[in-house]
Design a protein around this ligand. Structure first.
Ligand SMILES: O=C(O)CCC(=O)C(=O)O
Ligand SMILES: [Fe+2]
Length: 227
């Protein structure tokens, strides 16, 4: 169901840092079906100064789950409370299918070829995000433990005036716009984490008639952490 050629045929942007807009990774039909059964329940609010969004259960394969506790006790807690799991049974069949495909080596190989990063050695965690009216994410570069994040979006319709764009920034200032990317279902974005990989999610406007739906696939470095 993943069109990996979409990844192989994408050239990474080098300015203002390494990121890639990968289009048509999923067919229109599959995107629509995924959007229709996007999880609705058991979302928790993560909110603080300049950020607020809903997240739910996260998924990783057995091997990757076993390495996550070395990134901190909060990951052990998530395994214990079930918010990080390999159990896909809460998901619709099309979501199970997508996540199983993301767990296949071929997906990592495609992103490895595109980015030049050794993603085979990384632990991959997949999570669902919903941004409702007022939700946002202030400028940040992502944690140093991350090598690459691949965001997949699931909104069939999302006009610019609803806000909620992934904003690629030139620096830490929210006005330093390089590109605004709306969360449309033919769009995904890979961000290579670095000291200057500044990005934000612009606030979802009060006129938005839908939630901003995203799947976040994160690759964590293992090399710089000892077990
Ligand atoms: O939702 C997005 O487009 C990006 C979210 C983000 O930057 C993050 O979760 O670190
Ligand atoms: Fe981020």
């Amino acid at each position: 169901m993943l069109n990996l050629n979409a990844i192989y045929n994408t050239v990474m942007q080098e300015v203002p840092y390494q990121y890639a807009l990968i289009q048509n990774l999923l067919s229109k039909e599959d995107s629509l079906e995924l959007a229709a059964s996007f999880p609705q329940e058991q979302f928790q609010l993560s909110a603080g100064e300049g950020y607020g969004y809903l997240w739910s259960q996260m998924f990783a394969n057995h091997h990757d789950i076993s390495v996550m506790p070395k990134f901190g006790d909060r990951w052990l807690e998530r395994i214990v409370d079930g918010t990080l799991t390999s159990d896909l049974s809460s998901l619709s069949s099309i979501w199970c299918q997508l996540i199983k495909e993301l767990w296949q080596p071929a997906y990592r190989e495609a992103l490895t070829a595109m980015s030049g990063l050794q993603l085979q050695d990384c632990a991959m965690v997949i999570g669902f995000r919903r941004y409702n009216i007022g939700h946002l994410h202030r400028p940040h570069t992502d944690e140093a433990s991350k090598a690459l994040t691949h965001m997949l979006y699931f909104n069939e319709y999302w006009p610019q005036d609803w806000g909620g764009c992934l904003r690629i920034l030139k620096d830490a200032q929210p006005e330093s716009v390089f590109q605004d990317i709306p969360p449309l279902s033919d769009t995904s974005v890979a961000l290579v984490r670095s000291q200057n990989s500044w990005h934000m999610v612009t606030p979802v406007a009060s006129s938005a008639q839908k939630s901003r739906l995203a799947l976040r696939v994160t690759f964590f470095h293992q090399a710089n952490q000892s077990v």
